[in-house]
Design a protein around this ligand. Structure first.
Ligand code: KDG
Ligand code: MG
Length: 403
């Protein structure tokens, strides 16, 4: 028995907010779990501190599945991003402890490596097509095998995915939500020329991806998918909101462009129909928002039965703890597709020293026992929480729309 003696939540803001759970066992092992939910951080911190930690003390840290079931079934109120991020933090911290107890990197406990490394995609963006392509060429020169392309839309003041910084994209940009203006018509005209010019400049030996960020109707997404077919995108992401999973049938009827969805999913039930009917090609659910490694493995196994591969979310609001957990997962699942990798700031990397590394377009979690990530608590304390919200979108006539 590895008795849980203490647990605490650390909230810090080394450039952006992170919520981290630290669990300690009686014999001095520690494990970390990420519980960051962008724009709603303190809700998860309270869920953990007030409702989860008291139930953990005295339990056996080795009993990961049993604790998962206890927190999921035992809450009575199942699913939802706050609950599932809190469960994820506990789950990942326990896997970290188990790895340290076994003196093995986590991927070894998950079945061992299925590949040499996880192919990651970087984010090339720019205010216009030329700037995006110039940035994509920089990623290609660094060895990236897959690059996401996002460009400003002519006629719109701002759009998702276009950042001020070349390498960091932080959408939670203000103390209260900023308001952006959106036009699907203008956007739909802008994407095919971006891909046409990108293929001319980057060639065909690199995967090109694009995130629609939930902004099209199914029929509009079908049309965009069809327009992009000549440029062979790796995937179109979050084409349309996915609460109604059957919506993806319409997109599928119109295009063979591969579809990815799921960064905001928190349970296998959010993607059951999408996977079962093979309405998508990549599932983007992540360790932190979908119940931890224990639940994400279940999703991946189910997806494997239906030829759906993984493509975990990896934006900057997912801390290095999640990045490490994702890489252990990526290395070990048979139906891995690709991993998103948005670099963190130097301040974040200093607060979370880590063993994972990038080389030749692939990432590896490293050989340190457990996750291979630490938390410098003294340094974290110098970066106090700062409220920050994601923006909202309005159509040109003022109607509130999806961001
Ligand atoms: O918190 C929201 C971000 O994680 C999201 O906007 C990033 O869509 C995203 C992506 O694909 O990385
Ligand atoms: Mg996305």
């Amino acid at each position: 028995m590895l008795e849980i003696a203490a647990a605490k939540v650390v909230v810090c803001c080394p450039g952006r907010n992170f919520v981290t759970l630290k669990i300690e066992t009686k014999d001095g092992l520690t494990g970390l779990g990420d519980a960051t939910l962008n724009g709603r951080e303190l809700a998860v911190a309270s869920y953990l501190t007030d409702h989860v930690i008291p139930c953990l003390i005295g339990r056996d840290a080795h009993r990961i599945e049993d604790i998962w079931q206890f927190l999921y079934r035992g809450a009575y109120w199942r699913r939802g991003p706050v609950t599932m991020s809190a469960i994820a933090a506990v789950d990942v911290a326990l896997w970290d402890i188990k790895g340290k107890a076994a003196n093995l990197p986590l991927y070894q406990l998950l079945g061992g490596a299925c590949r040499e490394g996880a192919m990651v995609y970087g984010h090339a963006n720019g205010r216009d097509v030329d700037e995006t392509i110039a940035n994509a060429l920089r990623y290609k020169a660094q060895g990236y095998k897959a690059i996401r392309l996002q460009a400003g839309v002519p006629g719109l003041a701002s759009t998702y995915g276009v950042s001020k910084d070349r390498y960091f994209y932080e959408p939670a940009d203000a103390d209260l939500p900023t308001e952006n203006v959106w036009s699907s018509e203008k956007y739909l005209r802008s994407v095919p020329p971006l891909f046409e010019k990108a293929r001319e400049a980057l060639g065909w030996d690199v995967h090109l991806l694009h995130d629609i960020h939930h902004r099209l109707t199914p029929i509009e997404a079908g049309r965009l998918g069809k327009d992009l077919e000549p440029y062979r995108p790796f995937w179109l992401e979050d084409a349309t909101p996915a609460e109604n999973q059957a919506n993806f049938r319409l997109i599928r009827q119109h295009t063979t462009t591969p579809l990815a969805v799921g960064e905001i999913f928190n349970s296998i039930w959010d993607c059951k129909q999408l996977i079962e009917e093979q309405l998508i090609d990549y599932i983007r659910a992540t360790v932190v928002h979908a119940g931890g490694i224990t639940h994400l493995r279940r999703i991946a196994s189910f997806a494997d039965l239906h030829n759906v591969r993984t493509g975990c979310h990896g934006a900057t609001d997912l801390s290095p703890v999640t990045m490490a957990a994702a890489l252990h997962f990526d290395l070990s699942v048979p139906n891995f597709g690709v991993q998103e990798y948005m670099r963190h700031t130097a301040e974040t990397d200093a607060v979370f020293p880590h063993a994972y590394r990038f080389a030749d377009g692939l990432m590896h979690p490293g050989e340190a026992p457990g996750l291979g990530v630490e938390l410098d608590e003294a340094l974290a304390a110098t970066f106090p929480y700062q409220r920050a919200y994601l923006p909202v979108n309005r159509l040109e006539d003022g109607t509130l729309y999806n961001w």
